[in-house]
Ligand binder design. Structure first.
Ligand code: ARG
Length: 448
């Protein structure tokens, strides 16, 4: 039995399976260690821990960190992301319990004082906030790389003419560059959202809220907020321990990113369907058929489309979980942690896949140019030529429709034709290139 509360009998195994969450908590270890170190200093300043005990705790926390977290450096000697060791086999209920036991084994009675002026309820809310703040930063790096890749490809592909579609029917002339910039624009918006959330979540620190109504032990909560990188302590202990608004915001953002990635995958899959055959699907992103030697399948895009469902699903599960909970910590909240961690990891992996796929993708220009042989893709531009010469729009619309009905075609198009039309939000190559440059400048100005 390893619990922080007074346990008088073993838990029923059917319950214990759900009660214990050390494995699910393990990803929070780096944050738990930082939290403990800051809390120990705050308790020492409040006179609850002696400075000798606080030093002993700091040393023990360093030892635990070295035992479970590697800080590798890459080949150039630069710091690389932390590598978390395996979760130890332990009977501890959760990471807070496990760490208090570890500390107490190393520092004796000082370990028994560390939980003063706090509860696991404010602790877990703080750890999640710290994790989300770091993750939003990492998400910004992923999105920046992806948006940059889209913008660079948009410039390269600005003169590869391509039919744009509405209702999945050919509609108007565009270019492959114009198409990929649709995703650069969308992912850039999510990048701005991630940056905003990253800042907003630093606003207040739940630690010190205690179980539900604070603590009468006079700790300096501003010192805790400062130590953990927040602006100030949370104003209301009840809200700080009840709310998982930051998790919901994060999962909503990841769900939106998932929808954008699914849309990208759906486009890429449409483009490589046999009747279209617009792209040279990169071989490293597909597999063959075990039966049909003629097949090469676009599995990576199908998996992207399939795996991204987990992101909207995680948001749905989390909102269902939170809906109707009364104020004050309740154990249901424990189940949000794996949703957050899994959705975060899935998003980062899928964003890497999307970015690398875009960098490897090539278009078949001849196949695309052949699409302009029918479909009258120039009809709207021809109609607008009449409008610009003074014909009322509705009359021009009817005139062109009649000319099509009479057998006239509006198919002649080359990259040079596109250059003559500076349409709004335009597929005109020079306007696509200028828009891509605007995105690249935005990244340089705001996202490293
Ligand atoms: N393991 C819980 C969680 O992750 C925190 C512990 C809360 N337990 C309690 N009895 N208040 O949400």
């Amino acid at each position: 039995m390893s619990a922080l509360w007074h346990q008088t009998q073993s838990l029923h195994p059917a319950f214990k399976r759900f009660n214990d969450c050390l494995k699910d908590d393990w990803f929070l270890l780096p944050y738990e260690l930082r939290l403990q170190a800051t809390h120990a200093r705050t308790l020492a300043d409040a006179g609850i821990l002696s400075s000798t005990d606080a030093d002993a705790i700091a040393t023990a926390l360093d030892e635990i960190k070295r035992a479970y977290i590697a800080s590798p450096s890459n080949a150039m000697g630069a710091p690389a992301p932390l590598e978390l060791g395996d979760c130890p086999a332990s009977d501890a209920e959760d990471i807070h319990t496990w760490l208090e036991v570890e500390l107490t084994q190393r520092v004796g009675d000082a370990g028994k004082r560390i939980h003063s002026a706090r509860s696991r309820n404010d602790q877990v809310a703080t750890l999640l906030a710290m994790y989300l703040i770091d993750s939003a930063d990492q998400l910004g790096n992923h999105l920046t790389h992806l948006v940059r890749t889209c913008a660079v490809r948009a410039k390269t592909w600005a003169e590869i003419i391509m039919p744009m579609q509405t209702h999945a029917q050919f509609a108007a002339p565009g270019s492959a560059g114009f198409w990929i910039l649709r995703f650069g624009d969308a992912f850039n918006r999510w990048n701005r959202r991630a940056a905003w959330l990253h800042k907003d979540w630093q606003h207040d620190c739940p630690l010190g809220a205690g179980a539900v109504a604070g603590s009468s032990i006079p700790i300096d909560r501003q010192q805790q907020a400062d130590g953990l990188g927040f602006d100030s302590p949370a104003l209301n202990a009840l809200n700080a321990t009840s709310s998982r608004d930051n998790c919901l915001e994060w999962l909503a953002l990841l769900g939106h990113i998932g929808i954008t990635m699914q849309s990208f995958a759906a486009d890429a899959l449409a483009f490589c369907q046999t009747p279209f055959d617009w792209v040279d699907y990169p071989k490293a992103f597909g597999t063959g058929s075990s039966m049909m030697p003629n097949k090469h399948n676009p599995d990576a895009m199908e998996l992207l489309r399939g795996e991204a469902c987990a992101l909207t699903a995680a948001h749905h599960q989390a909102t269902t979980l939170m809906k109707g909970l009364t104020s004050g910590y309740q154990r249901d909240l424990q189940t949000i942690k794996p949703l957050v961690r899994n959705a975060t990891e899935t998003t980062f992996n899928l964003l890497s896949l999307t970015t690398d796929f875009i960098a490897a993708l090539e278009f078949k220009q001849d196949q695309l140019a052949a699409c302009f042989n029918d479909g009258n893709l120039m009809a709207t531009l021809a109609m607008e030529d009449l409008v610009k010469q003074g014909t009322p729009l509705r009359s021009a619309h009817h005139q062109i429709a009649q000319r099509i009905a009479d057998g006239e075609t509006f198919n002649a198009i080359t990259p040079d034709t596109l250059k003559q039309y500076a349409t709004t939000g335009s597929p005109n190559p020079s306007i696509t290139i200028a828009a891509a440059d605007t995105l690249l400048k935005d990244l340089d100005d705001h996202h490293r």
